[in-house]
Write a protein that binds this ligand. Structure first.
Ligand SMILES: [Cu+2]
Length: 163
């Protein structure tokens, strides 16, 4: 426990992620790009998020929290109304309600257009989610509404591949 952060720093320095996704935005969010990497640690996964290109809001009180999930579909493709419709539902192998899906992640907080977050989860292993997708939404997840937290449109997406 005491050396937890040291161990994380070592993993980041010495290991390669077991899986990762390059994310790209769409439509009015086409500026969004970045990478999400998944490292094995502590019988679970260290998720490292670095995304840039979020719109920078002028006001102090709005628009900086974005829903963030792993979806079960394998392709960042879709149709005119939902460009990432083929990402389908949240990754949920244990058939749990939202927000207990394995793919339910902490929402992204953007600052000066950048979201940088590192967190640990034991809901999946890095190799287990290869072939799934990472999706960013234009609304915060309310962690209550079924089946997806009322998190609005899908604005960015990345396909998870083996490193
Ligand atoms: Cu989602």
């Amino acid at each position: 426990m005491r050396n937890g952060i040291k161990e994380v720093a070592e993993v980041l320095q010495k290991e390669k992620p077991e899986s990762h996704a390059h994310l790209y935005g769409t439509g009015e969010f086409a500026q969004i790009y970045g990478i999400v990497s998944f490292y094995p640690i502590w019988m679970g996964t260290l998720v490292v998020v670095h995304i840039a290109g979020f719109p920078v809001e002028e006001g102090e009180c709005e628009g900086r929290i974005w829903g963030f999930h792993i979806h079960e579909g394998s392709e960042c493709t879709g149709n005119e109304t939902d460009p990432f419709a083929n990402t389908k539902l949240h990754y949920n192998p244990s058939d749990c309600p939202h927000p207990e899906h394995a793919g339910d992640l902490p929402p992204l907080f953007s600052n000066h257009g950048i979201a940088m977050q590192i967190f640990y989860t034991d809901r999946f292993q890095p190799e287990e989610i290869i072939g799934c997708t990472v999706v960013i939404h234009d609304m915060p997840d309310d962690f209550h509404t079924q089946p997806s937290g009322d998190s609005g449109s899908k604005i960015a997406c990345g396909e998870i591949v083996k490193q």
